[in-house]
Design a protein around this ligand. Structure first.
Ligand code: CTP
Ligand code: MG
Length: 211
């Protein structure tokens, strides 16, 4: 091999390596970082809606919201799984954590994250448990017992409730913050988190069922 062809081969190798490196940098910049930012933004938005359910499971009990009354079909309106203590503790915890998020984002200047407001954290926390109650109401109507699994509805009730509340009382915030990319992440992330937290709750003895 002549000195010239050795040099040109080396040159080719370096060029190829540089191209691979460039592709890698471009993919990090144009794909991985935006993906992580969207993931973080979706999670940040949903924290006040994710907190109420596990906290309700942790501290719920006592008087049921339906006062043990039956609906016209003879079945419970909501059932023993929906209590005032669970509702108040869950919503309060969601609002408290949301307030902490507002404080953190303000103090640390995290302006790359969606900005929560007093309205957004209240509506998301309250909406999450209202969605959960609405689901229990329908669950009783179709004859499912308290605690019985109802796939899809059990996972998305909180998202539906939170979004409906935002849509009614603060649609401007909803449309400014929930892009379609964030919506897709929320749809994928929610059942994963829901299931993981419920399995942990079940193993710790806080929840009767792992769903
Ligand atoms: N919980 C509560 N009050 C609420 C929501 C939940 O006390 N508003 C508590 C109850 O102890 C409930 C537990 O959290 O059993 C788990 O909540 P969830 O899975 O939503 O209720 P289920 O018992 O499964 O009842 P349902 O079939 O009506 O969903
Ligand atoms: Mg349940």
């Amino acid at each position: 091999m002549t000195g010239f062809s050795l040099f040109s081969n080396l040159n080719l190798l370096i060029c190829t390596l540089l191209e691979v490196l460039e592709c890698y940098i471009i993919s990090v910049e144009s794909f991985i970082i935006p993906l992580l930012t969207t993931l973080l933004a979706a999670f940040w938005i949903m924290v006040p809606a994710y907190i109420p359910n596990p906290v309700a499971a942790l501290c719920g009990g006592g008087t049921p919201i339906d006062f043990k009354k039956n609906y016209s079909d003879g079945k419970r309106i909501l059932g023993d799984g929906k209590t005032y203590r669970g509702l108040v503790c869950g919503v309060s915890a969601g609002i408290a954590v949301g307030a902490l998020q507002i404080w953190l984002a303000g103090t640390c200047n995290w302006d790359f994250l969606p900005q929560h407001t007093a309205a957004s954290i209240i509506l998301l926390s309250l909406g999450a448990l209202l969605g959960d109650m609405a689901k229990s109401f329908v669950k009783r109507r179709i004859g499912k017992n308290r605690g019985e699994a109802w796939p899809v509805a059990d996972q998305y009730d909180l998202v539906a409730g939170a979004f409906v509340m935002m849509l009614i009382f603060d649609p401007a915030w909803l449309f400014a913050n929930i892009t379609w990319q964030i919506l897709i992440v929320i749809i994928i992330l929610t059942p994963i988190l829901h299931r993981s937290v419920n399995i942990i709750g079940y193993l710790l003895g806080v929840k009767k069922e792992p769903w």
